[in-house]
Design a protein around this ligand. Structure first.
Ligand SMILES: [Fe+2]
Length: 124
């Protein structure tokens, strides 16, 4: 079952949806598939988010090797998850695959995830 806050992808068109509220029934997933975040393995050097603290800010970079930002292959969004608060930056082709959020929570308690339109969802 897809839980609140998890992401789904349409197998036909590639649209990505977020489940914000759990209803009393299980959603039909005929054309949808759950996006399970990847943490390692092939492609991880270009995709796993890296969190760094800089004063009051948390900087999230995508991968040790800079990811392409072309229309046909790019990072679509970067999220920072601080408990029940989610910060999201959407990105356009040509932009740097990086996000900065003002968050004072200990960096070890934060999660970050990003979505590549070719290689899927990655989390750290
Ligand atoms: Fe990618």
């Amino acid at each position: 079952m897809v839980e609140e806050g998890e992401l789904l992808k349409c197998k036909k068109c590639g649209s990505v949806l977020e489940k914000l509220v759990q209803g009393p029934e299980t959603v039909s997933l005929d054309d949808l598939e759950e996006l399970k975040p990847k943490h390692d393995g092939e492609g991880s050097q270009k995709h796993v988010p890296i969190l760094e603290r800089n004063g009051d800010n948390v900087i999230i970079k995508v991968g040790e090797i800079t990811h392409p930002m072309e229309a046909e292959h790019r990072i679509c969004f970067i999220e920072l998850i601080d408990g029940n608060v989610t910060y999201r930056k959407t990105l356009k082709p040509g932009e740097e695959p990086k996000a900065v959020f003002k968050v004072d929570t200990d960096i070890s308690k934060l999660k970050a995830r990003e979505y590549c339109n070719v290689h899927g969802l990655w989390e750290a």
